[in-house]
Design a protein around this ligand. Structure first.
Ligand code: MG
Length: 391
């Protein structure tokens, strides 16, 4: 039985900001959620989205709904939360809050049953997963210097064993074109992808898509703004490079509507935002029914990373063949001490790949002492605590 639900809002000021097509990051914010069973076992999750909002949504709205709930009934818990907020929160940060709770319940369930999350997701199809490095963000420096900075950073990942890299585009068309070509010239044998974070209008996306095809890129990520679902089909009709999108989309119903446009070839739900790891399984089934593969968007800390690892470990690649193209895990390599210095057990990268944890739950565990330096606000709702505790 769930006896306590705690949230931890974490923050880290970056030494150097980094940017993409929409803005520059100078501070990282993160919300972790801990669900404690009355046997004393904890399950952990994290939420993607505005941490102050998801913290309030969990502490004041969802946690009271789940206290006293059987910790093994995670599907029923999801539906309970969904129905309680359906009238006003079918999408948005409240679904981000449900996602973190769903992740924590799955971690807790795995620990209570002594099985890994990939076993709860249907069992492992593979024990190791190849990664692609996400990085090469923009810096505040002249564009000639920036291009060299990006190439140097990319070279470091290739030296570490990564066989696939994703760059950021959407700065301006001239720079984007130069960067796309320079990366291909510097790394002729590396798989490359480009992510505009919905920076382009349709004519720009067509031009960039044709260049990416010519330069043999694997996919064109978020070429268009997510609210214009119909434009994806128009773009897809004009370019040959696969279109990947979905990190701003949520729930099986959202992905059903996105994928039925016929303009998306790779679905990218974020497991800390789309409704949680169990909702991602439903999205995977819908993607499968459209003959589409899922490559989770992965940002944040070890909990979301581990969720994506278990999800991909249990993924059957469409359409299936003897020599199947293995799915790729997004390895966010941007600076983040809350990912790299805050966990007692973590996902380890070796030569551009990870081994799937086989222990109970997600297989990663926050270090409570290390969390303290990042914690700006903690809350707790408990069966025996009437008032929230101060940080
Ligand atoms: Mg992206």
């Amino acid at each position: 039985m769930i006896s306590s639900i705690k949230t931890y809002r974490l923050q880290h000021k970056l030494e150097e900001s980094f940017g993409f097509s929409q803005w520059h990051y100078d501070t990282r914010n993160q919300l972790l959620v801990e669900i404690v069973d009355d046997s004393g076992v904890s399950g952990w999750g994290e939420c993607y989205g505005p941490a102050t909002v998801t913290q309030n949504a969990i502490d004041t709205f969802y946690a009271p709904l789940l206290l006293g709930w059987d910790a093994l009934r995670n599907e029923a818990a999801w539906q309970h939360c969904w129905r309680a907020s359906l009238d006003f929160a079918m999408k948005g940060p409240m679904m981000g809050a449900i996602s973190g709770l769903d992740m924590a319940m799955l971690d807790l369930k795995g620990k209570l049953l002594n099985v890994s999350v990939s076993e709860l997701m249907g069992g492992r199809v593979r024990d190791t997963i190849q990664c692609y490095a996400t990085g090469m963000y923009f810096r505040n420096e002249p564009e000639d210097d920036l291009l060299n900075t990006i190439l140097t950073e990319a070279s470091g990942y290739v030296d570490q064993g990564y066989g696939a890299l994703k760059i950021k585009v959407g700065k301006n068309i001239a720079f984007d074109k130069a960067q796309v070509k320079a990366m291909r010239k510097a790394f002729p044998d590396t798989r490359l992808m480009a992510d505009s974070n919905h920076a382009y209008d349709l004519p720009e996306a067509i031009k960039m898509g044709r260049l990416l095809e010519e330069q043999d890129y694997c996919w064109f990520e978020e070429p268009l703004s997510p609210q214009h679902k119909g434009l994806f089909r128009q773009l897809s009709d004009k370019i040959d490079v696969p279109i990947a999108t979905g990190e701003c989309e949520q729930t099986r119903w959202g992905f059903q509507s996105l994928l039925e446009t016929g303009g998306v070839q790779i679905a990218q739900p974020d497991l800390a935002y789309c409704g949680g790891p169990t909702e991602a399984l439903k999205i995977r089934a819908i993607a499968s029914s459209h003959g589409i593969n899922v490559v989770p968007h992965c940002w944040g800390t070890q909990l979301n990373l581990a969720s994506a690892v278990h999800f991909l470990a249990s993924t059957y690649v469409e359409p299936g063949r003897a020599e199947v193209a293995e799915p790729l895990l997004e390895a966010d390599r941007t600076p983040n001490p809350m990912r790299d210095e805050m966990y007692a057990t973590e996902i380890e990268f070796h030569n551009g790949s990870v081994r799937v944890p086989t222990g109970p739950g997600l297989g990663v565990e926050p270090d409570r002492k290390a969390m303290e330096q990042f914690c700006v606000q903690q809350t707790e709702k408990s069966l025996c605590l009437k008032k929230p505790i101060p940080c």
